[in-house]
Ligand binder design. Structure first.
Ligand code: ADP
Ligand code: MG
Length: 266
């Protein structure tokens, strides 16, 4: 399932044309819950989605393609990729009829190349969480005290932000970290993840996730409880470039990917 063969190019690649439509769409038009959309406008002062958000978010909303595709989101730094993945993930957890709590399971992992970036993303998530306080998130990053991280994980987490080395460390050594309910995996700044040499660590993390989701005894029960969630793990790879190393990461991590690129010529 190579991402960039010419066969897949016509089927799977969606490149935003320079005269992109959807020009006037707001967050609600993209499928974001009206309460969340209103909060974004009125409290966080995001009046309009950015271009990359306009093209990414609908693909992560169930009614549009039933989560058939993984996403490769490629756009320049500063174009709003964080909310392009965070908003739909948060939205999809927030709208569940059976409201989740910290014991419901780990549904999303966001991997970042650096501790600083993990903290930044967690700060954005913290602001979103003000309107749906039942959704619990935390971070595990290198340099933090592992013991206190273990304690936070043990209390139950729905969304986890992590650096790859530290996550793999916890997967191997923190018994109660259960990946079996995972529905979203985000690899943020894929180019940097590869530059910093995380390829092998990421491969191992993905193998662990695949094993645990495959063997998850509660998966039928999960689908019953939360029919609005994807019935598979959806992976989202973000990058500012389409260099060979990121393409390789795409081949390692993505299934049936759509390329959402804000540069029409790549
Ligand atoms: P990227 O990950 O593509 O580098 P970020 O997600 O870090 O970009 O966003 C860059 C900046 O744009 C941040 O300060 C963020 O708060 C802001 N931003 C994101 N989405 C919007 C929006 N819809 N409207 C206005 N500002 C936004
Ligand atoms: Mg970013």
């Amino acid at each position: 399932s190579s991402l960039f063969t010419s066969k897949n190019k016509s089927q799977n690649q969606f490149v935003i044309p320079s005269n992109a439509p959807l020009k006037n769409s707001n967050f609600e038009d993209l499928g974001i819950n009206s309460k969340l959309a209103k909060y974004l406008n009125e409290k966080l002062h995001y009046s309009e989605p950015t271009v990359i958000q306009k093209y990414s978010i609908p693909n992560l909303i169930k009614k549009n393609n039933n989560f058939k595709n993984d996403l490769f989101i490629k756009s320049q730094t500063g174009s709003g990729k964080t909310l392009a993945f965070l908003l739909p993930i948060f939205n999809n957890l927030m709208i569940l009829k059976n409201q989740i709590n910290r014991d419901s399971g780990l549904f999303a992992i966001i991997l970042t190349p650096t501790r600083e970036l993990a903290l930044q993303i967690h700060a954005v998530l913290d602001r979103l969480s003000k309107i749906s306080v039942n959704i619990v998130s935390t971070f595990v990053i290198g340099g933090e005290k592992k013991k206190s991280e273990k304690a936070r994980l043990r209390k139950g987490i729905n969304i986890l932000i992590a650096t790859p080395g530290r996550l793999l460390d916890h997967i191997k050594s923190t018994k109660n970290l259960d990946l079996g309910s995972l529905k979203y995996l985000v690899l943020d700044e894929g180019d940097k993840l590869m530059e910093l040499g995380f390829e092998q660590t990421l491969t191992e993390i993905i193998q662990n996730i695949e094993e645990q989701t495959k063997n998850n005894e509660n998966s039928a029960e999960l689908l019953n409880l939360y029919p609005e969630l994807p019935n598979r793990r959806v992976t989202i790879l973000c990058s500012a470039t389409l260099k060979d190393n990121v393409k390789k990461l795409g081949e390692i991590s993505l299934n049936n990917p759509l390329l959402i690129s804000s540069n029409a010529n790549e």
